[in-house]
Design a protein around this ligand. Structure first.
Ligand code: NAD
Length: 287
């Protein structure tokens, strides 16, 4: 009879008032102290700001980008290491190349020991990405944005499963995954780009379900228009106004605003968040 009694120790995992513990600090949940992470597209606007945020939060970080970014990446890694007192290393890899990504896995283990958090962010918007786009434009976009996300997330989740104590994957999707984003006067069309970002959105949701048993969370951030550096010199003030007209906040976002959202999703502040998408778009998606 006793064996049939339910074991109510299962409820011990739900503390009601953790703040009553004098040592408890909710801000500790945003810390990445002692964690190891990598950021793809790390030389770019969003990537380098997330690397900085993670380093400030206490993580050792590998900043990953193409070899052509070496002149940016080397001093960036040195500056972040010195400023935040953590280990920040530059690593070079074309995320669409399977062999290079497999080699990246080896380098990550050699240089960081393991991976607890990964920002899967490298992406391109190839010129000519419209309804009449040539096959090459479509293929290049899918190869880098979608297949690159799959390949780099694959090594991240394999490392996390090997070390056995979970982790967090954060992917960069886009407003263009959810919205046709067809704005005359905008910087460039986004046909394959939108499809690739919608693919990332759904792939991240799939991983959330598949990897939850390993303690691995998987989420996307969908930036709206972000003044990340890519628009500088490419748009005139009239185009700025046209692009921000459908945005309730009437402005671009900043790299810092994306970095804060990614820090939330990477850290234990979001420990019960998986399979979700965080729109950081000034309200664009409410219409
Ligand atoms: P960015 O061009 O500054 O950064 C992208 C980085 O990806 C670059 O450093 C580039 O060298 C790297 N990269 C490109 N191809 C690569 C490859 N094959 N392998 C490895 N690295 C490669 O642009 P950003 O604005 O920082 O964008 C970062 C991410 O955010 C992209 O995925 C982009 O699509 C997405 N995004 C940007 C905006 C925006 O408004 N800026 C909005 C929504 C989504």
């Amino acid at each position: 009879m006793e064996d049939l009694m339910p074991d109510d120790s299962i409820f011990d995992q739900y503390p009601l008032d953790q703040w009553k513990d004098p040592d408890h600090r909710i801000m500790d949940r945003f810390s990445l102290k002692g964690k190891k992470g990598f950021v793809t597209g790390g030389a770019g606007g969003l990537g380098r700001n997330v690397a900085a945020a993670w380093a400030e939060a206490g993580a050792d970080v590998a900043i990953v980008d193409l070899p052509r970014t070496r002149e940016t990446l080397e001093p960036l890694a040195a500056e972040l290491s010195e400023r935040y007192g953590v280990n920040v290393v530059p690593l070079y890899c074309d995320v669409s190349d399977r062999e290079q990504v497999d080699m990246l896995k080896t380098s990550l283990i050699e240089r960081l020991g393991t991976v607890d958090v990964a920002f899967i962010n490298a992406g391109v918007n190839v010129p000519g990405d419209d309804a009449d786009e040539p096959y090459e434009v479509w293929q290049k976009t899918i190869d880098i944005n979608l297949t690159g996300a799959y390949l780099t997330a694959r090594i991240a989740q394999h490392i996390m499963r090997e070390h056995g104590h979970g982790g967090s994957l954060v992917f960069t999707s886009s407003l263009s995954a959810h919205n046709a984003n067809f704005i005359g006067g905008g910087p460039s069309p986004v046909a394959a780009y939108g499809a690739s970002k919608a693919g990332i959105y759904e792939y991240a949701r799939y991983l959330a379900a598949a990897l939850a048993p390993y303690g691995i969370r998987s989420n996307t951030v969908s930036p709206g228009y972000v003044w990340s550096g890519i628009f500088e010199g490419r748009i005139v003030p009239e185009a700025h106004d046209m692009m921000t007209a459908p945005v309730p906040m009437r402005r671009f976002g900043t790299n810092e605003e994306i970095a804060a959202a990614v820090l939330f999703l990477a850290s234990d502040a979001s420990s019960y968040v998986t399979g979700t998408n965080l729109q950081v778009d000034g309200g664009y998606s409410v219409y």
